[in-house]
Ligand binder design. Structure first.
Ligand code: SF4
Length: 466
């Protein structure tokens, strides 16, 4: 989660359901993945490597020779969830390897769970894989051939097959005062653009219909490598958000940008949305509108005139969906600051918004800022914020009733199909309910006539040519 709001990203906890192709023949690993989409990408990479090394992935604790827990260490409640997950794995299996963000704090883990076999931090793929090799040796090479064995070329995916997170960089150069990500994950390190585009291409070839571009700061992509020119499909492409998106659009999948900051250069990417090359969607974590709060937060681009920028984006691409997250009750936030935020919301008319009460994170500089906001004031501001945004969201969704729009189907259950419009990211935004619709499957993109709306979701019918 780039923008450190606990609920901005839902936690993913899953014992993977990869089947055993030949139970008993190979060592097996259980996997529990917690945390944000970026952690999920880490899990996918670790699983891909283990599979290449000849391991099977166990669907249960019992069937596993060892269990890997990929943890989240962002806020205190996530740390507790991670510790609980480790405890559960120890109780159920006994042989547990810990990795991920909380792995940075090995002593905190060992203090509660001294029996864990090994601990490594985020993106330490090699360390996790080495630890698995140490405690459960891989099959001898003559038993396993990665070139012959069936490993999907796109890697093992924990998300549904039709969408995938694509991580374009690690770390972050900013130092927002409420965030400890830079100390956990280090400074920005962009992946080579050719590698990112190759991965995107493999994913699309394997059936992925929607690529969710994630990082801590997507708009900063390439800054650390001076926008170095890379190569993809034999031609030069610059390591810069705009050029990367333009190239990615050729793959024909939905491309959705998360964690973008309102820097001036973002304006150049909006025409790609207007032309239908990438989704008309920006996930842009504003966090506040009051200059003094933003300054206290040390937010990137906090001096930009964001309302002007939003108006300009809507001029270029009227259909753009803007999603954001906000923190209320940040230390030092006054009633005037908060009212400024409400006025800003009225003006900005954002489509999708998450709001969180500030909660201190161990090690964050914001803990030292004067005038913390009492809990009851935080709660009261949060309620006022939500009421304001619910009104905006309800009105915005009502404008969609009567329109026809493409919907990507996520699942079909007993009541019908459920999907998302181009304006809705999986897990964090709204849904489109197609009650009674069973003639579609996950991954289909169908035209839907929108018939009904509420504060968050839409209802509709598939448009079929008579
Ligand atoms: S320091 Fe700021 S920009 Fe960087 S990850 Fe944290 S919240 Fe995001």
């Amino acid at each position: 989660m780039s923008d450190q709001n606990p609920a901005a990203d839902k936690s993913h906890k899953s014992d993977t359901k990869q089947g055993l192709s030949n139970p008993g023949a190979s060592p097996t690993v259980g996997f529990v993945s917690l945390g944000c989409p970026k952690a999920l990408v880490d899990s996918e990479r670790i699983l891909t490597q283990l599979k290449l090394d000849g391991y099977q992935v166990s669907p249960s604790y019992n069937g596993a020779d060892v269990v890997v827990v990929n943890t989240c260490g962002f806020i205190d409640s996530a740390k507790q969830e991670s510790l609980d997950a480790i405890g559960e794995a120890i109780a159920e299996n006994g042989r547990v390897i810990v990795t991920g963000c909380m792995g940075k704090d090995e002593s905190a883990i060992k203090a509660v769970h001294p029996s864990v076999l090994a601990v490594s931090g985020p993106q330490q793929y090699e360390e996790v894989v080495t630890a698995v090799h140490t405690y459960v040796p891989p099959p001898a090479k003559d038993q396993h051939n990665p070139f012959v064995d069936l490993v999907p070329p796109q890697g093992i995916k924990l998300t549904p097959r039709h969408y995938a997170y694509l991580k374009i960089s690690e770390g972050c150069n900013h130092r927002c005062t409420f965030c400890i990500i830079p100390s956990l994950r280090g400074d920005l390190a962009s992946r080579p653009v050719g590698q990112v585009l190759d991965e995107a291409e493999r994913l699309v070839k394997s059936g992925v219909k929607e690529l969710l571009v994630v990082s801590q700061d997507t708009s900063a992509y390439g800054v650390d490598i001076k926008y170095r020119t890379g190569f993809w499909q034999g031609r030069p492409v610059k390591s810069r958000m705009h050029e990367m998106c333009d190239a990615m659009s050729e793959l024909g999948a939905w491309v959705r940008l998360h964690y973008v900051y309102p820097y001036p250069h973002v304006d150049h990417t909006i025409p790609l949305m207007a032309e239908g090359k990438i989704l008309p969607y920006l996930d842009i974590p504003f966090q506040h509108a009051s200059p003094s709060v933003l300054k206290n937060m040390k937010r990137p681009a906090h001096q930009e005139k964001t309302l002007d920028r939003i108006h300009r984006w809507r001029e270029i691409c009227p259909d753009i969906t803007l999603r954001s997250t906000f923190i209320v009750g940040f230390p030092g936030e006054t009633e005037d600051d908060f009212n400024m935020l409400l006025d800003w919301l009225d003006e900005a008319q954002l489509d999708r918004v998450g709001c969180f009460k500030y909660s201190p994170v161990e090690g964050a500089k914001a803990n030292d800022i004067a005038n913390p906001v009492p809990e009851e004031v935080q709660q009261e501001r949060w309620e006022r914020f939500m009421e304001k945004q619910q009104g905006i969201s309800t009105a915005k969704l009502a404008q969609k009733v009567g329109k026809r729009m493409p919907v990507l189907i996520d699942e079909v259950d007993a009541e019908g199909a459920i999907g998302r419009t181009k304006g809705d990211a999986p897990e964090i935004d709204g849904l489109v309910y197609l009650n009674g619709e069973f003639n579609v499957k996950a991954g289909d993109i169908v035209d839907v006539d929108i018939t009904h709306s509420d504060e968050y979701d839409l209802w509709g019918d598939v448009h079929r040519i008579q």
